[in-house]
Design a protein around this ligand. Structure first.
Ligand code: HEC
Length: 140
């Protein structure tokens, strides 16, 4: 007797009602049918998308803080490639504090004669420097 009614509409209505009532498990409609009518949102993107999103967010932050004017992830620009920095300091426990200090105070000699300016004079705060260095070191 239901064969004239759009099944998907019925199922998604049932699903929505079930969600509203907080009882999708017991609404009497098989769960598989519900999911076919209204796939769970989390199935539409993967863990890789989330990692990629985080990466882009951190790079956007580095960009906002002016780092990407002199750095790139993959290649040397004015300063070293961030991926090379991550490789160089891999496994060094004090790298975050050491490099945060360098980001804030500036300096030269680790990668050549060109020096990095004191980024704290350019509006980078201590906790921001640490966050940026964490990201840089995660790029290995
Ligand atoms: C005006 C250009 C410039 C800007 C802006 C800049 N850097 Fe650098 N950065 C450099 C240079 C040049 C070096 C290499 C310094 C050296 O050889 O010791 C460097 C080195 C580094 C290193 C490695 C330091 C070491 O001792 O190995 C890190 C980490 C780093 N930068 C992070 C950042 C972050 C994070 C920002 C943004 C807040 C930033 N940089 C902004 C030019 C810059």
């Amino acid at each position: 007797m239901f064969h004239n009614l759009p099944v998907a509409f019925l199922l998604s209505t049932a699903f929505a009602l079930g969600v509203l009532a907080g009882c999708t498990e017991n609404s009497g409609v098989p769960r598989a049918a519900l999911e076919e009518a209204a796939p769970p949102v989390h199935e539409s993107f993967s863990i890789e998308d989330i990692v990629e999103f985080k990466w882009e967010t951190d790079e956007a932050f580095a960009n906002a803080k002016g780092c990407m004017a002199c750095h790139q992830v993959e290649a040397k620009k004015i300063g070293p490639a961030f991926r090379s920095v991550a490789e160089k300091y891999q496994g060094q426990g004090d790298a975050v504090s050491k490099l945060s200090r360098k980001v804030l105070e500036g300096g030269s000699g680790s990668w050549g004669e060109v020096s990095m300016p004191a980024n704290k004079a350019l509006g980078v705060r201590e906790e921001e420097a640490a966050k940026l260095v964490h990201w840089v070191l995660s790029l290995k």
